[in-house]
Ligand binder design. Structure first.
Ligand code: ZN
Length: 134
């Protein structure tokens, strides 16, 4: 199944935990693994702190400093910085599912990372059921 994410800035971290949980609930599967996958080459998925929104701000400020938008890149589309960031963050995360709920630590949230926005994006979610006795 897929969920849509509308981004507003060029770089942005959006907490999609509740959207993922809702999609998982719809599947009816109670136990297993949830795979959350960004279907884009310039947007990633990561897990990090969702208690203080400034953590996301610090992550973006740092990654934007390390990989500036313009750095004599050769890619004609002009968005190599976004491609590099996605390769560093990765396009997906896998989260355990127990009794219908995502198993996340107290401070963990699932973030969609926009690196070349604003755009309308898609996240693909696969729920893999555990075998009996798991
Ligand atoms: Zn490109």
């Amino acid at each position: 199944m897929q969920i849509s994410v509308k981004t507003k800035d060029q770089t942005e971290m959006i907490d999609i935990t509740s959207k993922v949980q809702a999609a998982v609930r719809e599947s009816g599967i109670q136990n297993g693994l949830v795979h959350v996958f960004s279907m884009h080459t310039t947007a990633a998925v990561t897990i990090n702190e969702n208690a203080d929104p400034e953590v996301g701000t610090d992550i973006l400020n740092t990654i934007n400093k390390v990989i500036p938008w313009n750095d004599h890149f050769k890619h004609m589309e002009g968005n190599s910085a976004a491609h590099i960031k996605v390769s560093l963050f990765g396009p997906s995360e896998t989260i355990p599912l127990e009794n219908g709920s995502l198993v996340l630590g107290t401070w963990q949230g699932i973030y969609f990372c926009e690196f070349d926005g604003p755009r309308n994006r898609w996240v693909h979610i696969t729920v893999i059921p555990a075998e009996k006795g798991f």
